[in-house]
Ligand binder design. Structure first.
Ligand code: HEM
Length: 368
């Protein structure tokens, strides 16, 4: 650190330390293969962005996890998520820099680093866990669960204990998904809040009304498809009935354990409510928040997809340095969705002209 009081650029940013960290396994960048410095710097730049993403995600989560979230705090959540989203866009674009490495250039030093792999990026695991990716949703990489894998790798590493402790810490934290759900659960639906008498019935009748409107809308679309000769009447009837049943089961939370059903139903209805009446002043920030979360998930999917394309270009379909099937494994991870409810609700949305009449509209105006 600086010994004198006058701040300067390089001491403030610890640049001498930072620029000493690109020596790879040799510890000295003059010993690296010609394209290895490029490989190390690109990875380190990503890991620095991951560090900032973790901080911003935690700040967003902390605001949202408060027992009550005042209206004026929602812009803070959106602000932190907006930064994460900008970083994710940048990271996806950053793979273009990695792609200047040709397959042959990578082969010149690839064996040296095996079995090291991005699969051991503990910060990426922390991001996934903090967002709320359920462990049982992970695709089979062939190495078992990533934390157990990190633990195994950590045994032979001087810094292993620290790495494992970081991941174990985040496993104990509240996820962004849980914080979002707790906040959604408290959303006033048709002016009713969870603790209000008759709330369960109010939510139920909102859902029933919504589904009825959806059925009417679907009937119009169905007869249009039959008239145009795209589907025969029987096919159309079966397809739309199935879609309706799926929507119903989702909104009534038939897929979750009975003990969680009322709560889940309220969370899903709240999403539908915010999305449906998104122009109401009191719902304006909540819907911007939901859009930011959708963008976050989309950003993660695009990041994974972009990484897989870059990998395919550089190593084709061969086994990864970490030992997975490589591109096939990476493509399978693009199916991950943390905020499944937000995506599911998009299937059900109705045009504004068809949504049920709003009760207690005065509750959703500007605060006086
Ligand atoms: C030449 C460049 C690269 C190649 C060939 C490559 C290849 C791979 C492969 C094959 C995997 C699957 C695990 C394995 O079997 O090793 C993987 C995982 C991963 N890589 Fe890369 N990668 C490259 C660059 C990068 C960069 C620049 C990053 C940015 C941090 C990155 C981040 C990751 C992450 C986070 C995973 C874990 C994915 C998951 O398990 O969900 N990779 N990489």
């Amino acid at each position: 650190m600086a010994e004198r009081d006058t701040p300067n650029y390089w001491d403030y940013l610890r640049l001498p330390d930072l620029l000493d960290l690109q020596g790879g396994l040799e510890g000295d960048d003059s010993q690296l293969q010609p394209d290895e410095l490029h490989f190390i710097i690109v990875h380190q730049a990503f890991e620095l962005w991951f560090k900032l993403m973790l901080r911003e995600l935690r700040l967003a989560r902390d605001h949202l996890a408060a027992p009550t979230v005042p209206e004026e705090h929602i812009p803070h959540v959106v602000h932190h998520l907006g930064r994460v989203n900008a970083i994710l866009r940048l990271c996806a674009a950053q793979f273009a820099v990695m792609e200047t490495l040709t397959p042959q250039e990578f082969l010149a030093f690839r064996n040296k680093l095996a079995p090291a792999s991005g699969f051991q990026s503990f910060q990426m695991r922390e991001i996934e866990i903090l967002m709320g990716l359920p462990e049982q949703e992970r695709v089979d990489s062939g190495f078992g669960d990533p934390l157990a894998f990190l633990r195994r790798m950590a045994r032979d590493s001087a810094t292993g204990e620290k790495v494992v402790a970081r991941v174990e810490k985040v496993l104990k934290e509240q996820t962004l998904r849980d914080a979002l759900h707790n906040w959604l659960y408290r959303t006033p639906i048709q002016g009713s809040v969870p603790e209000a008498p008759g709330d369960e019935e109010r939510v139920f009748s909102f859902v029933e009304e919504y589904l009825e409107q959806a059925r009417t809308g679907a009937a119009e679309q169905r007869s249009g498809l039959v008239k145009a000769g795209v589907l025969d009447a029987e096919q159309a009837e079966a397809r739309f009935a199935e879609g309706h049943q799926r929507s119903r089961d989702f909104l009534l939370a038939k897929d979750v354990d009975e003990s969680q059903r009322v709560r889940t139903r309220r969370i899903r209805s709240a999403l539908l409510f915010i999305e449906s009446y998104r122009e109401l002043p009191l719902l304006a920030w909540p819907r911007v928040l939901l859009d930011a979360i959708v963008e976050l998930e989309e950003g993660m999917v695009l990041f994974r997809h972009r990484h897989a394309r870059m990998v395919e270009r550089i190593i084709g379909r061969r086994v990864g340095t970490g030992g997975s099937s490589g591109v096939d494994y990476l493509d399978a991870t693009t199916k991950y969705r943390v905020f499944t409810e937000l995506w599911a609700v998009r299937t059900l949305l109705l045009p504004r002209s068809s949504v049920p009449a709003l009760d207690n509209s005065e509750d959703y105006g500007f605060a006086r």
